[in-house]
Design a protein around this ligand. Structure first.
Ligand SMILES: Cc1cc2nc3c(=O)[nH]c(=O)nc-3n(C[C@H](O)[C@H](O)[C@H](O)COP(=O)(O)OP(=O)(O)OC[C@H]3O[C@@H](n4cnc5c(N)ncnc54)[C@H](O)[C@@H]3O)c2cc1C
Length: 377
């Protein structure tokens, strides 16, 4: 058994959440940081995502989670600028806003209701007529009846974001161990002192679980802690169309799907929401569903080549909310997972509050609200 000792921080899981936390902790002055990753960094849910920063378009009520989304979205412009300075990688933060189309009578009633409550709540939102939407996006369906415009909902190229965060780790000598699956945590007197794979023991002052959909697999001895057991995978399948030039300027939703125009001309379409365990297959039924919903938004996509199909596993907790912060009754153990459909959006604020807690013992109301304590039985 090999040993890696004397680390300040051990981060298990190298997706957008683990990588963002590593960067923030490094910025706060911690130097002995190790990320242990089962496969290769940034190849799971964070890679599969569409990169939509939809604080408003996907929300139906104003609650703590909504505020968490809005605050994280606000961190994106400085986050993107810092990453360019630090790594030279542009994460293509696109501020053109997001449209939500009504294509049926029911859709129209739905967006009218959403417009009214969001307007009343003082949020930035516009109601566009069919003619107004078509002027902005000429290639959308002629069946469009109206649309909402969310100027503050954006998108980012999540694969470039992962590349930037990985480069930050390399430049700043954050230790990365790939192809290493952590099986269990090492515990002494109710204190977590590290973790072990089949052939390495890692010892650290503090351990962070950023293990996404696989969190329930982590054991202490033979047992999984209750807050870990509840996390499960929800599959999402997507595809992308290839175009030579950009046909759409904004992220465009309908109540059934979405399309995301990238700067290089690709148009992503998503996504299924499937409770099928750890099966990452791309299925004929899943891809048909995604393609049909995309064609409903823009029938002209019919003539484009499908350049890629993929799937990913979103980490989901039973109440649909993230699990963040310190573990009850287990010292030196922190968790940041269950970001479900919003992990790209929520990465900057998650990293900020976790790093403040770990490095400076500074609390945040969100660590209370999303605490793993709610699943402790
Ligand atoms: C199809 C799809 C579309 C999405 N679209 C969006 C979107 O538009 N906007 C948005 O904000 N979010 C979106 N999401 C959600 C977002 O992708 C996730 O919430 C986010 O990526 C979660 O990040 P993570 O780092 O927790 O998980 P992951 O990226 O899955 O990373 C977890 C990492 O931990 C590693 N790991 C797990 N167990 C172990 C272990 N025992 N030992 C070592 N390593 C381990 C895994 O290999 C993995 O690399 C989408 C997700 C999917 C699937």
């Amino acid at each position: 058994m090999n040993l890696l000792t004397n680390q300040d921080i051990l981060i298990i899981g190298g997706g957008v959440i683990g990588l963002s936390i590593a960067r923030k902790l490094h910025q706060k002055g911690l130097r002995k940081i190790t990320i242990v990753e089962r496969g290769n960094l940034g190849q799971e849910s964070s890679f599969a995502a569409a990169g939509i920063l939809a604080a408003q378009a996907e929300t139906d009520k104003i609650d703590d989670f909504f505020h968490f989304c809005i605050e994280s979205n606000l961190l994106y412009p400085p986050f993107a600028e810092e990453l360019i300075d630090e790594t030279g990688i542009d994460i293509e933060l696109d501020k053109n806003g997001t449209l939500f189309l009504a294509l049926t009578e029911d859709d129209e009633a739905e967006i009218r209701r959403r417009f009214q409550w969001q307007k009343k709540a003082g949020l930035r939102i516009e109601y566009l007529s069919a003619a107004e939407v078509r002027k902005v996006e000429p290639f959308i369906s002629p069946d469009v009846r109206a649309a909402l415009f969310f100027p503050d909902d954006r998108q980012v190229e999540n694969r470039r974001l992962l590349a930037a965060l990985q480069k930050y780790a390399v430049i700043n000598k954050i230790n990365v161990v790939e192809d290493a699956e952590v099986k269990s945590l090492l515990v002494e007197n109710k204190k977590v002192i590290g973790a072990e794979t089949s052939d390495v023991k890692f010892f650290a002052e503090k351990t962070v679980l950023a293990t996404g959909a696989w969190t329930s697999h982590i054991k202490i001895g033979e047992n999984a802690l209750p807050p870990l057991r509840v996390v499960k995978p929800i599959r999402g399948q997507m595809l992308s169309f290839k175009t030579a030039k950009r046909l759409f300027s904004k992220v465009i939703y309908s109540p059934r799907g979405y399309i995301v125009p990238r700067q290089d001309g690709r148009i992503l379409a998503g996504a299924t929401v499937e409770d099928v365990g750890f099966d990452k297959s791309v299925t004929a039924g899943g891809i048909d569903f995604v393609r049909e919903n995309a064609l409903e938004i823009a029938p002209s996509l019919m003539n484009l080549e499908v350049s890629e199909k993929w799937s990913g596993l979103r980490p989901y907790a039973p109440d649909g909310l993230p699990i963040l912060g310190e573990f009850p009754q287990m010292e030196n153990l922190f968790i940041a997972t269950a970001h479900y459909r919003n992990g790209i959006l929520l990465a900057p604020l998650t990293a900020e509050i976790l790093a403040c807690k770990i490095a400076e013992n500074k609390d945040s109301k969100y660590l209370e609200i999303f605490s793993p304590r709610r699943f402790q039985k």
